[in-house]
Write a protein that binds this ligand. Structure first.
Ligand SMILES: [Zn+2]
Length: 367
């Protein structure tokens, strides 16, 4: 999965030299602050098979001004009112006439995801005076966004935080809102906003060629590098399947997956796991190649089959998952049948601590 596994110190030396030649910046993770902060000894990183080197292509992201077409610095390019360093045109406005914003008043009252929010259309944002002006109209915005009388009541609860003014015969709501938002002094907190003004794009430039922001370069932008001689070959333990799944970027907890038998694992993922099995475990790679095409493709089924291939008596994680409550609830609402396993997992989810919190949240009750 784009990670590199190196089998000998000699190979590592050759690899790092080659990566540097291509232009990668290499970080020695033995010296990383992340490790030091947690007090993890280097020997533990080695034995547990942590990534020990991180290779990435530096400085490939740039801005591109739509007014003059120049490639410009990416720093600040998406900041309200930022200007192109070549032609001086504004590259981005976060809020302009017609943008919408969902927000709450910061009134020191406790909030949860169901607390009232307002969604309003922006007239203008005066960044010098640090005020924002909304058209006095409450927009629909889904769960927890209040309109009509509820919106008026919400405004009245927060009277000291806004003003209604009239401008060209139009009623506007004026609220303090700074470009440099600070929770301690701000009147509102924005949840999201739409309708930005874009006058730039983000591009990636590699080897003299320009790519779109989401395009893949011909080589990976970053890679983890593992030194396998500290831990390989892995023995056939009851937990070996977890290691194989995680190397292929997969979750090994059965509770994480859909419980209705739908397909999850694809051939490409089994093939990645097969490479890992062949090179870094004591298991027989040929036997695994024969076995995986017969594994179940559902999340829980596939994990069970893999785990049993690895060990005669595996320990497979299956934690309650609140996601399973939501899946079951929405199927019930739509009048769809539930499988036995979906019912079991939903009930386990409801009984878990997270599930109890979720349901209390819906009912608006505290613990
Ligand atoms: Zn420009």
């Amino acid at each position: 999965m784009r990670d590199l596994y190196v089998k000998t110190p000699q190979a590592l030396e050759a690899l790092l030299a080659e990566l540097r030649r291509v232009g990668y910046e290499i970080k020695d993770l033995r010296k990383d602050e992340f490790r030091a902060d947690r007090g993890v000894p280097v020997s533990e990183m080695e034995e547990k098979g942590w990534s020990l080197w991180y290779a990435s292509l530096p400085d490939i992201r740039h801005g591109k001004c739509k007014s003059c077409g120049s490639v410009i610095s990416v720093a600040g390019v998406r900041f309200h009112g930022h200007k192109c360093e070549i032609c001086g045109e504004v590259t981005y406005y976060d809020l302009v006439d017609g943008s919408t914003m969902k927000f709450v008043f910061l009134n020191n009252r406790e909030r949860n995801f169901l607390s009232p929010k307002l969604k309003m259309r922006v007239k203008r944002w005066d960044v010098e005076q640090e005020d924002i002006y909304f058209y006095y109209e409450f927009l629909e915005g889904g769960l927890s966004v209040v309109t009509g009388n509820q919106a008026t009541a919400y405004l009245n609860e927060n009277k000291r935080l806004w003003q209604v003014i009239e401008e060209d015969g139009q009623k506007l709501l004026k609220v303090r809102y700074s470009l440099y938002w600070d929770r301690d002094t701000a009147a509102i907190e924005a949840y999201d906003s739409y309708g930005h003004y874009w006058n730039h794009s983000i591009v990636k430039i590699w080897d003299g060629k320009e790519y779109g922001e989401l395009d893949h370069l011909p080589i990976p932008e970053s890679m983890n590098i593992f030194e396998t001689w500290h831990w390989s070959p892995l023995q056939a333990t009851p937990y070996l399947h977890e290691r194989i799944l995680s190397a292929a970027g997969q979750v090994s907890d059965k509770g994480y997956y859909y419980q209705d038998g739908r397909s999850f694992f694809m051939a490409s993922e089994w093939k990645e796991m097969a490479k890992f099995v062949r090179h870094f475990t004591v298991l027989n790679g040929d036997r695994f190649d024969d076995a995986w095409p017969k594994f179940r493709s559902s999340g829980p089924g596939g994990i069970d089959d893999l785990a049993h291939f690895c060990h005669g008596n595996p320990v497979v994680e299956n934690r309650p998952n609140i996601g399973n409550i939501l899946v079951a609830a929405s199927k019930l609402i739509e009048g769809k049948p539930l499988t036995e396993s979906e019912i079991t997992e939903a009930v386990r989810g409801v009984e878990s601590e997270e599930g109890v919190d979720l349901i209390r949240g819906f009912l608006g009750k505290k613990r």
